[in-house]
Design a protein around this ligand. Structure first.
Ligand SMILES: Nc1nc2c(ncn2[C@@H]2O[C@H](COP(=O)(O)OP(=O)(O)OP(=O)(O)O)[C@@H](O)[C@H]2O)c(=O)[nH]1
Ligand SMILES: [Ca+2]
Length: 905
């Protein structure tokens, strides 16, 4: 085969780089385009930043800052040889170069950064991974001593420092902005002004200091200042350069999705498997709960094209939302230093929610002039004017922006560009003046009372600032001084609003219970356009792949049946005559109704091999056009039809397979378009690993439209149906916590499971009971209503006549009084109805014994739209009722019957 040879050559040419799987399918009748080998040497590649050594457990203790006495403090604050924005590795000085502003990034990363941040970028090191920690060793032994030391140092400084009276006598608001002590949480920090610099002593109350992951600098006293590098979690596997980290296929040019934590890269066929349901966004399953790699913060919530292709809009939206807002992905406050002090979480919130927050806040060192609102990277000119007077971080240091002009603004020696600006704006700068500049731009000289002018007042100043890339105050700054205005996009407000207007219904159940079917029914029932064009396109591929899968199962069955038939014949033949040793003769003998021709046999072998390797999904969407004629031949083949007749003996073939197999030829044509019914029946449409959510409202019925308008809003209430894959609810219900704001839980059970067993031999109904128990007792659902949907009533009715319900040990006391006149016509309950009621009671008992509450139950045949509609309407009624119940606080039982909504005004 020429193609085979080509591939081989390529493989050899680029060494370990693998471009494609070897093709060993049936012969093709056309030419295949071939890729030319690429010279990997010629591709520019940036150096990899060497990983640093900390355990992958990133939750290191946060140690609050401490400053030594003055001489030491000076040394700490202004590292002379290293730029303040740089990162100092804790393993030694050899890493110092690496961390300067011009850190190397790979070409793609650089591109991304530019695209996203433009000139607004205020990030520090591009890798953004590094932070500064000051800590005090063995602080917990030192409590009282440190406090003493602290007190005396305050006095000493006040007495001995000539600058202090100056600062105090100054009439600016400055003194207010330098609190003399801070107390937050577990630790108490005292500071004083000395030499224009703060001094702090931190006392830890009850926090054991943990030196793991920290390296001490050589210090004579007990205090140390350490740069700590949160090390990127290493991926669990790593393939050849550029390949997918899971299947190890592809090159650096294949499109890939990257884990936000460990940087593992996955190709489109692996990403959903590797990342699962993405409860915290794009992270490997094993990286859930870990903080993100800070260099990727900019891409949080920005969906890739690949995900948009693989998932539907709602899934993508949900994932991007949790990626941005979930707890684990928030910027850790202690990564942000303001005026040399790591922030407390409340301070970070203050900073992020103020009227003019810093743009694109990233981990790193910043300076903040609280009087004017000027904000910049440590060691650099101002970058932005944010809201002034925020109580965040420490007092500003004169060296904050590394100026050398001997001109000071609010205690900070300004940079050359700023001086230029002042001079051009007409401010007298001779004689090394100290200016006090307020947020409105008014300024005065130190020690003088009258305002000399307004820096921003002159027409040309703003233009000037633009030219010098200096910030100017934004319009709202002046009006918001002092107060903390919370911006409208503040997260808590958003959450609150969402919770009010949207009732969330969680749909859960064991695998195969029918949650996806109910979800899809809801879409078809309540959405004008249930499935968008590209969704349908994806679904088409899923259905076609499924059908190839079903065909494969048939072919597997055919092989088995053929072997069986041959075995039977051989034993017969052995009795009558000797089998000829000649092979040619044997072949003609070995024909049964289940035998197929060589062409189909080759296709069959290849299909089974592909299935066994789990590659079906990779190959089929693309190749289906080629195989359509073969499929037709195969489906019409007598052997296959004979096998299909015995399909009930093929354990793996699901019951929906018939629906599709009987139309296999149509379904597998390239221009097949799935109908809503096809979609409803299709397996795997709602990805079994992902969350799916659906926002909807119940359409108004004719009678409702005539009601008085105050009632109409009820039918406009919005609901969100969230389907949770059963896998996400297993033993470690890790991401169940996401659902604390849902209104109710709908638990779906497949009633026909009572005689089914799982792979490990456990009865599936017992497994369902176990899941049910674990969910109803989960603390997060403590105050929620539960609706149990006993599903697949159609299957139950049919099955219970054949297989006794007592097949499941939990149902062993099912002992219905069998009426002679049983059946729907006589008014007596059918066996199916009795079985349903019995199961409902069983679940209700479990529920009330564990929660003390009442369980709502509904039966359902979820392949029928009306059935799903009435179950979901029941859910809505329960939600409404529970709201009224909490509003009016009446007794549970009287409420429901006496409070029809039409009575209310
Ligand atoms: N006869 C019948 N089949 C049903 C009913 N509800 C669901 N099914 C079928 O049962 C199978 C499993 O249903 P799904 O909706 O995929 O189940 P699921 O809860 O999403 O399960 P996983 O996808 O495995 O997590 C599908 O083939 C459905 O078509 C029903 O009421 N009656
Ligand atoms: Ca399913």
């Amino acid at each position: 085969m020429p193609m085979k040879k080509k591939m081989k050559e390529e493989e050899e040419e680029c060494g370990e780089c693998l471009f494609a799987e070897e093709y060993d399918g049936p012969p093709l009748s056309y030419n295949i385009p071939c890729a030319l080998p690429i010279n990997m040497e010629k591709i520019p590649v940036a150096a990899v930043v060497s990983p640093v050594c900390i355990s992958d457990n990133m939750s290191f203790p946060v140690i609050q800052p401490i400053l030594a006495v003055d001489s030491l403090g000076k040394k700490f604050l202004v590292p002379s040889s290293v730029s303040p924005t740089s990162v100092i590795d804790n393993c030694g000085s050899s890493e110092l170069e690496l961390v300067s502003d011009s850190i190397t990034v790979s070409p793609e990363e650089e591109e991304e950064e530019e695209e996203e941040e433009g000139d607004e970028d205020c990030g520090l090191s591009s890798s953004g991974e590094l932070l500064l920690l000051r800590s005090c060793s063995s602080v917990n032994h030192q409590e009282s001593r440190t406090l003493d030391f602290c007190d005396s140092s305050v006095k000493e400084n006040e007495l001995s420092n000539p600058l202090v009276p100056d600062w105090e006598s100054n009439e600016s608001v400055l003194s207010m902005d330098y609190p003399s002590s801070r107390v937050t949480g577990d630790c108490c920090v005292s500071e004083t002004n000395g030499d224009g610099k703060k001094q702090q002593v931190v006392t830890f109350l009850g926090i054991a200091s943990d030196d793991d992951g920290f390296e001490e600098e050589e210090e004579s006293c007990n205090q140390k200042r350490v740069r700590v590098v949160p090390v990127k979690k290493e991926p669990q596997t790593k393939g050849k350069k550029g390949s997918c980290y899971r299947c190890f296929k592809g090159s650096r040019f294949t499109e890939k999705e990257v884990c936000l934590v460990c940087d593992a890269k996955y190709c489109s066929s692996c990403v959903l498997r590797a990342m699962g349901s993405m409860p915290e966004g794009r992270k490997c399953v094993t990286c859930i709960g870990f903080p993100i790699d800070e260099s990727k913060r900019g891409s949080l919530g920005k969906c890739s094209r690949m995900l948009k292709r693989l998932l539907n809009d709602l899934e993508v939206k949900q994932i991007m939302k949790t990626e941005r807002f979930c707890e684990a992905n928030q910027l850790p406050a202690e990564y942000v230093y303001v005026n040399g002090q790591p922030l407390y979480p409340e301070e970070l919130v203050t900073l992020q929610t103020c009227a003019n927050p810093p743009k694109k806040l990233k981990p790193g060192d910043y300076w903040y002039d609280k009087v004017s609102g000027l904000w910049g990277k440590e060691g650099e000119k101002p970058y932005q004017i944010i809201s002034p007077h925020l109580n965040v971080g420490g007092p500003i240091s004169p060296e904050a922006s590394n100026g050398n002009t001997q001109v000071f603004i609010n205690g900070r020696e300004i940079t050359k560009v700023e001086l230029r600006m002042l001079q051009l704006a007409g401010v007298q700068c001779a004689g090394n003046p100290h200016f006090w500049v307020n947020e409105d731009g008014s300024y005065q000289e130190e020690g003088q009372k009258n305002t000399k002018g307004y820096i921003w007042g002159k027409a040309g100043t703003k233009l000037l600032c633009a030219v010098l890339s200096l910030p100017v105050p934004s319009k709202s700054t002046a009006s918001t001084s002092g107060e903390q205005h919370y911006s409208a996009n503040s997260r808590s407000i958003l959450d609150h609003l969402e919770h009010r207007t949207l009732q969330k219904i969680l749909l859960v159940g064991n695998s195969g219970s029918g949650t996806s079917t109910i979800f899809k029914q809801a879409k078809i029932l309540y959405k004008d356009v249930p499935f968008l064009e590209d969704e349908r396109e994806n679904i088409k591929v899923i259905i076609q792949t499924n059908v190839y899968g079903y065909l494969g199962m048939l072919l597997e069955g055919r092989e088995r049946f053929e072997e069986e038939a041959l075995a039977v014949r051989n034993t017969k033949q052995c009795v009558t005559e000797n089998i000829p040793a000649d092979e040619g003769d044997a072949k003609s003998y070995n024909k049964t109704v289940y035998s197929i021709g060589t062409r189909l046999k080759a296709f069959s072998d290849w299909l089974l091999k592909t299935m066994a390797a789990g590659n079906l999904a990779v190959i089929f969407p693309a190749a289906s056009r080629e195989y359509a004629p073969l499929v037709e031949e195969l489906w019409r083949d007598a052997a296959i039809q004979a096998t299909y007749k015995r399909r009930s003996e093929l354990g793996l073939l699901p019951s929906v397979a018939s629906y599709f197999l009987e139309r296999a030829i149509d379904v597998l044509t390239p221009d097949y378009e799935p109908s809503d019914l096809d979609i409803l029946y299709a397996e795997g449409v709602t990805s079994s690993s992902g969350l799916a959510c659906l926002d909807f409202s119940f359409p108004q019925t004719a009678s409702e439209e005539n009601l008085d308008p105050s009632d109409q809003h009820e039918s406009l209430l919005r609901y969100q149906l969230i389907r949770v894959p059963s896998r996400g609810l297993g033993e470690n219900c890790k991401w169940i916590d996401m659902f604390e704001d849902v209104g109710m839980v709908v638990f779906v059970v497949s009633m026909s499971d009572y005689d089914q067993v799982s792979e490990d031999g456990t009865n599936k109904m017992l497994l369902t009971k176990k899941l049910f128990e674990s969910i109803i007792t989960h603390p997060i659902f403590e105050h929620m209503d539960f609706l149990l949907i006993l599903n697949k009533y159609d299957l139950l009715e049919e099955k219970v006549e054949r297989v006794p319900l007592t097949r499941c040990e939990w149902f062993e006391d099912f002992n219905p009084v069998v009426s002679r006149h049983r059946g729907s016509n006589t008014g007596n309950p059918t066996l199916g109805q009795l079985a349903f009621h019995y199961m409902a009671v069983k679940f209700k008992r479990v529920y009330s014994s564990l929660t003390g509450k009442k369980l709502f139950v509904s039966s359902s045949k979820s392949l029928e739209p009306n059935s799903v509609d009435s179950s979901l309407k029941l859910a809505m009624e329960i939600l409404k009722w529970s709201e009224e119940r909490t509003n009016i606080c009446l007794s549970e039982y009287s409420m429901y019957s006496t409070e029809p909504s039409s009575f209310s005004n």
